[in-house]
Design a protein around this ligand. Structure first.
Ligand code: NAX
Length: 337
């Protein structure tokens, strides 16, 4: 067992996703059984009591890998020496709040947090943003961490969308999620995202062929992907709220854990999805934090290049990228970037 614990900082740790994340990280689900972990919980003053309660429960679990839990409402304390940061706490959209207001409120959170990460986190820190609007919050945090931390160490979570897409295909094809490979989420973590099954396979067979067999032809398969699969995945968060009466929590925490686990330990050649800082791949403007199909060899996510997007897929992807550009422009207009 490695002796030096990995320092993991979680913001919004007193919230719902925080509560679902902490115990799994402490149990070793994220970094593996060989890596002890030290947890740092960052909250705003109103959230500290809730985070403190979670810390008491963590102690009561007596997780063998857990080397302490520290709480703070000061980013410079919470990110000190952090190896991995999960930025979960964010300002939700209030009634009547315009998009510009939402972006501004979150810039006020992710700007200072990014700056603190740039100043005090470990040299090789990796950061994943979960709090919405996740892609643009990651863009702001990355810009604010410069030059202390290279921008590509910042990513945003679209793994939940990816997992939702896999789940939908598995159900439609009467397969297990583990039988499905090659799914991709392109664009923004929002209703404009493009969940793409064009390169997906089920037990090695192209998903489009397996769907065609079940649905009576390729046209029917395409119609199902366009009219059922894509909107269902893109709107799954709203569906969960409608059915459950509360937003996605355990599935979001699970996705965040899988995102960090695969980034750190590698995807073993399998493709997953993550929002990463564009280096211009697929024509996406450089610097936008955009979801792509990615792989990791344990040294961070790398975009899978060279995939064909058909005309309709390309149009969907471009619409989502246009939304990301509009978010970046709105943030620039606020003088944040
Ligand atoms: P909660 O409202 O339960 O928890 C948020 C917590 O963040 C609160 O305890 C609050 O006190 C804290 N917080 C607020 N500002 C903070 C700051 N400046 N520093 C530290 N902590 C702060 O929300 P929860 O259900 O946990 O969701 C958290 C975020 O995840 C939301 O923005 C939500 O929209 C986003 N999600 C993102 C998903 C994704 O796939 N990227 C999916 C799930 C979720 O919707």
């Amino acid at each position: 067992m490695a002796s030096e614990p990995t320092t993991v900082t979680i913001t919004g740790a007193g919230g719902q996703i925080g509560y679902a994340l902490l115990f799994r990280i402490a149990a070793g689900d994220m970094l593996g059984e060989g890596r002890p972990v030290r947890l740092r919980l960052l909250e705003i003053p109103q959230g500290l009591r809730s985070a403190e309660g979670a810390a008491l429960e963590l102690q009561d679990c007596a997780f063998p890998l857990l080397h302490g839990v520290e709480l703070s409402d000061d980013p410079r304390v919470a990110f000190e020496g952090a190896d991995i940061c999960l930025l979960v706490g964010a300002r939700p959209r209030g009634p009547g709040m315009e998009r510009a207001d939402l972006l501004a409120a979150n810039a006020g959170i992710f700007g200072p947090q990014g700056a603190a990460i740039g100043e005090v986190a470990a040299d090789d820190v990796r950061v994943v943003v979960v709090g919405n609007p996740a892609n643009t919050n990651a863009l702001i945090a990355a810009a604010s961490a410069s030059p202390g931390v290279p921008a590509h160490r910042f990513t945003a979570l679209t793994r939940l969308d990816h997992n939702r897409a896999v789940g939908q295909l598995a159900e439609a094809l009467d397969a297990r999620p583990g039988d499905i490979a090659g799914v991709a989420i392109w664009g923004n973590h929002s209703a404009t995202q493009f969940p793409d099954a064009a390169h997906a396979t089920v037990r090695g067979e192209p998903v489009i062929d397996a769907l065609a067999t079940r649905l009576g032809g390729v046209e029917a398969a395409r119609a199902w992907l366009d009219d059922v699969f894509i909107p269902r995945v893109a709107r799954r968060g709203a569906e969960i709220i409608e059915v459950r009466g509360s937003s996605s929590v355990a599935s979001a925490a699970n996705a965040a854990i899988e995102h960090v686990r695969d980034e750190q330990r590698g995807t073993g050649g399998r493709t997953t999805s993550a929002a990463v800082v564009s280096r211009g791949e697929y024509g996406v403007p450089e610097g936008l934090v955009c979801s792509f199909p990615v792989v990791s060899d344990g040294e961070g996510y790398r975009v899978v290049e060279g995939l064909d997007l058909d005309e309709r897929g390309r149009a969907r992807f471009e619409a989502s990228v246009a939304e990301l550009e509009a978010e970046r422009e709105a943030v620039e207009a606020l003088g944040v970037l």
